[in-house]
Design a protein around this ligand. Sequence first.
Ligand SMILES: NC(=O)c1ccc[n+]([C@@H]2O[C@H](COP(=O)([O-])OP(=O)(O)OC[C@H]3O[C@@H](n4cnc5c(N)ncnc54)[C@H](OP(=O)(O)O)[C@@H]3O)[C@@H](O)[C@H]2O)c1
Length: 259
Amino acid sequence: MDTIIFGTGGLGRALAAALVERGEPAPRLLGRPALGHHRASDLQAAEVVFEASRGEAVVPNVATALAAGCRRFVIATTGWDDARPAVDQALRAHGAAAVAAPNFSLGVVLFSRLVETATALFGAVEAFDPYLVEWHRRTKVDRPSGTARELSRRILAAHPAKRRLVDPCRDGPPMSDELDVAVIRAGASPGMHLVGFDAPGETVELRLTARDRSAYAAGALAAADWLVRERRGPGLHPFDPVVDELLERSRRSVAPISA
Ligand SMILES: NC(=O)c1ccc[n+]([C@@H]2O[C@H](COP(=O)([O-])OP(=O)(O)OC[C@H]3O[C@@H](n4cnc5c(N)ncnc54)[C@H](OP(=O)(O)O)[C@@H]3O)[C@@H](O)[C@H]2O)c1
């Protein structure tokens, strides 16, 4: 698989290592461009483009890769939610497809589904109050993390009483229809997400802790394989169908998925 990786940070390097480890040709790893933007004439089309840079770079990087003839994208970068319609439109205009997710860890997808189920269960018991805590390295730019946003979206959708997030700038206790999300930026943590349900006499917590970026890289490669395996419809795709296909293949072959 011939690949381009936008982003030479921790995730870009983890993706490059994962590709090389499974015997793929060395990817073209592109960092912050000296001129402020990449040029299509400097890129040759690649079978798959991985976007792992910064939120504000997603639109120009995808546009440049499209102009260079690239048609399959795995967008792992977070912090570009407002640009989703523009990216989707650009992809469709070129008949290109992208899998985009704030978190490519298979564990996180399964965790998110568990959180949804847990929210429905505990939400039926008024005494249990849900909350979310996320902790990432000091230098992470966006807050809350893309994964925390997705988890809170799922909690709000599954809970009978919670309708919105607590405004972090407001003093005083949360309203009964508000979900509190706590963000920690300290040290070097590659990512910790905790969803809890607190009642007067007990607390139930679900916690997912990333040890390094290998799980993100493995999932991003699975998304690339999904794009290459079959021609997918143009535009943005979530990670869920990739995971569903992996689970289905695992069920059929009775072989566990390697994450
Ligand atoms: N979806 C997932 O599973 C997942 C997992 C982990 C991380 N992420 C997200 O992926 C992104 C990268 O994560 P990271 O941990 O590798 O962050 P990082 O260590 O900050 O690396 C980002 C790199 O991209 C470079 N960059 C900036 N503009 C660029 C451009 N136009 N083209 C190419 N590279 C550019 C940055 O250079 P400068 O330092 O000069 O700005 C930096 O080296 C973040 O948005 C993060 O939230 C997603």
